[in-house]
Every structure is written in structure tokens, then in C-alpha cells.
Design a protein around this ligand. Sequence first.
Ligand code: FE2
Length: 319
Amino acid sequence: MAEPLRPGRSCPLDYRYGAAALAAPASLCADTLWVVGGVYGNGCALERVLADFDAEPGDKALVFNGDFHWFDVAYDEFVRVNQAVLAHRATRGNVESELARPQAQAGCGCAYPDWVEEQTVERSNRIIGRLQATARAVPGACAQLGALPMYLVAQVGGARVAIVHGDGDALAGWGFSQEALATPAGLAAAERAFDAAGARVFASSHSCLPVLQGFSGDRALVNNGAAGMPNFAATRFGIATRISVAPSAAALYRMRVGALYVEAVAIDFDVQRWTQRFLEQWPPGSDAHDAYFSRILNGPRYRRAQALRRFEAGAAVAA
Ligand SMILES: [Fe+2]
């Protein structure tokens, strides 16, 4: 008998595509590709991303790979984020999917693994409930979000880049999280996804902490963590992924993958302005304040040195 769905814990069935679907031909081509996941309704971070991308020289493309909404429960904030993101290429994350067509028992659609505590899951389910009410009030928004694809394949400098929100198999999968990639079985599963997708690079997000992991055959998986929230202890900037035939002077860390530079770049948004806008929507005692305000001020318990992980022969062992 199928296991009953648990709100915020289960992965909805229609989130699954399977890595072989990513073997599709590329639908965009550029010398420089930015992949920006997890804006989380932070309009200040979004402005910074667009300004920084605008300053990028040469042939370029920008993809928002999901969860661009989250804290933006105020109508005007939601509309601003929606319009700015949808002016570019975008894929939907679990947040947009659950705004587009809320599923009974999906909750936030995060498919949180067991290491995430129950209180976090319950708060997320209540946050998505409020955001759904906002989205329903914006004419056409739910249909627009529902029409977004779950993944995209790009070609950068002649190499295939598979852009997903979660992992190689599912929109809300945690297989590309830093936690899963810290295990031999997790590395082996990701290797299989590379093979099935025929990808040189995977770009993901969703799990909210960044990682740049090298694989055999000169391949790499890059998860940007969050563009709209701090990613490292005692920092306040977001992170975006930059994949290019030329390096950026501003990369926090990078890995060479054939002719490509796969990099993490800082999204140095106006923290004071963002904090004020966050507090207007989520005052002390609210679910998002309880769940995220400490991270917004102090960053998570994760260090930059933990994010960059070079390929080690023999590290991937199937469970
Ligand atoms: Fe997500």
C-alpha cells in the first residue's frame, strides 16, 4: 500500500521526471550562464542579481531555477518579484508549484528529509498557506507559475549544463544537497544522474546550502544554496551560480570543468533595507520570523571551506 502523503515531507508524484529526461537537447546556449535559485521573495537580492548580471559582458543568459517566491506575502512585493523573474527564463521550484496548483497534503512541497526538524516543516507549511492566498489575489499569477518547466538544459561553451531545482530525479529531491553529497552513496547516486542526463555540469538549488562538488570525467555539480538568504556563518550575502568560458574576478570559489569555469558569486544585497521589508511582512512571533530571522542576521552554521569539494577517486560508493 502506498505510504500516505505527509505535508512538507513527501515528494509529490508529479515532481518526478527522472534523470533520463534531462538528456533532452539544450534549449538555450550562451558563453556565460547565471543560475539563480532561492531568491525566496527577497526583492533586494533580486535587484542585486539583475544589476550584477547586467554588468556581465559578452553572450550571456540568466535562469531563475525556482523558489523565487517565499517571504513575499505582501501583494506589492509578490507582484514585483513575479514580474522581474518572469521577464527572464525561469523554472519552477516547489514553492511556485504549490502556488500554481496546491495539492492536498503536499504542504510546502519541500519533501524535507528526516534531518530537518518537525517544527521547521510545520512552519513552512503555514508560510506556503499565506503565500497561496497572496498568489490567488494576483490575476494570472498561478497560471504563469504553473506553466514554467521543471528543468532546463543549456549549452555553455559547448558543454551540456542540466539546470534543476532539486536533484537529478525530482523537483524537490535532496540528492544534490551538501548533506547527501557528503556520503559515498550520495556521490554514487549523483554520478548515475550525470550519466543518465549526459551532463557535464548540474546546477541545482532547493536545499538552501551551497556546494560545488567535482566528479569523475571532469564533471561538477553546483548548488547555489540561496540567492536571497545568507549561506555561511557570520555572513549576510546570497549566492548565485556562474558558469562561463571566462572567469569572474568576483568569484567566492570556483572549479575548472574542461573549458568552463564553474563559480559561486556573492549577491551583496542591501541587508538593512531587506531586513526592514522582511519585518514588515513577518514581524516577531510570525512563522517566517521564528524560522529564518536568525539566519538572515547571522547566517547558517556552515562555512565557506565546506562548500568546495574536489573530486576524489573512490569516494563514490553505491549503498
Ligand atoms: Fe525548494
